[in-house]
Design a protein around this ligand. Structure first.
Ligand SMILES: *Cc1c(COP(=O)(O)O)cnc(C)c1O
Length: 242
């Protein structure tokens, strides 16, 4: 048995949220971005409901989850917190798309045509359109999901024809680099593609990049939504995953 150090989860989450928000504000100033232009998504995968409730009581509203069943269970369990915004950020198997279409407000991980079509078909017309980001593979590793930059245009065109999806922007999970400059260099082609799209008649406003380990590079590069787990909720113990 491992030795557990007694901790006050609610207090820890609250303090961490404040620290992360302060770091974001400071980076926004440092890189001369517009005040308030970077939203914080609290990535709560593998974390218990109590951790999400702690973040909620500290004012956090947007939560990111990676595993479909876990996301749906949490969404139902916290249904009384009506203004929570659920973001799905993990890989999507097509047989799970309906669960996502039924519960989530956002999906950041659209990486193929079939998934986009299914989500739009399965989204109830009684719900607002599902906000989506296209996941772009910018590290060029076969193991990472996402469309390539050369496939991006076709995916954008497709999503714009799908009635129950609202295209909000692009998302990426780059391979970690040794320093901030190298991380920015990896982001550069994505940022260029995002700016190109923003200049066209397509209304997109979201560049979903930045995690606990690369906030400075992401915010310097133009992130509008950072997805932060560890820095808010502590490290994840996968053996305890629900
Ligand atoms: C887990 C995860 C995060 C958060 O990562 P941290 O390093 O814990 O901040 C962000 N985005 C995605 C897609 C993730 O799977």
């Amino acid at each position: 048995m491992s030795i557990e150090i007694e901790r006050n989860e609610t207090e820890d989450v609250k303090v961490n949220l404040t620290l992360v928000s302060q770091q974001i504000d400071q980076l926004v100033q440092q890189y001369k971005r517009k005040e308030g232009c970077v939203r914080l998504l609290a990535v709560s995968k593998t974390k218990p409901l109590s951790a999400l409730e702690a973040a909620y009581s500290a004012g956090q509203r947007a939560f990111g989850e990676n595993y479909v069943q876990e996301a749906v269970d949490k969404c139902h369990a916290l249904a009384h917190l009506a203004d929570i915004e659920w973001h799905f950020i993990g890989p999507i198997q097509s047989n799970k798309s309906r669960l996502i279409a039924d519960t989530m407000h956002w999906v950041h991980s659209i990486d193929r045509e079939k998934i986009a079509r299914r989500l739009s078909d399965q989204r109830s017309v009684d719900m607002p359109p599902l906000n989506v980001c296209i996941q772009v593979n910018i590290s060029g590793e076969d193991s990472k999901s996402g469309v390539t930059l050369s496939e991006l245009g076709a995916m954008v065109d497709l999503i714009r024809t799908l009635p129950n999806l609202c295209l909000r922007g692009l998302m990426a999970i780059p391979a970690p680099q040794e320093n901030s400059a190298a991380q920015c260099a990896v982001y550069e082609p994505l940022v260029k593609a995002f700016l190109e799209l923003s200049k066209s008649d397509i209304m997109i406003d979201t560049l979903s990049i930045g995690m606990s380990g690369d906030l400075p590079a992401a915010i310097q590069s133009g992130s509008t939504m950072v997805r932060v787990g560890t820095a808010i909720f502590g490290s994840r113990d996968y053996s305890a995953k629900m």
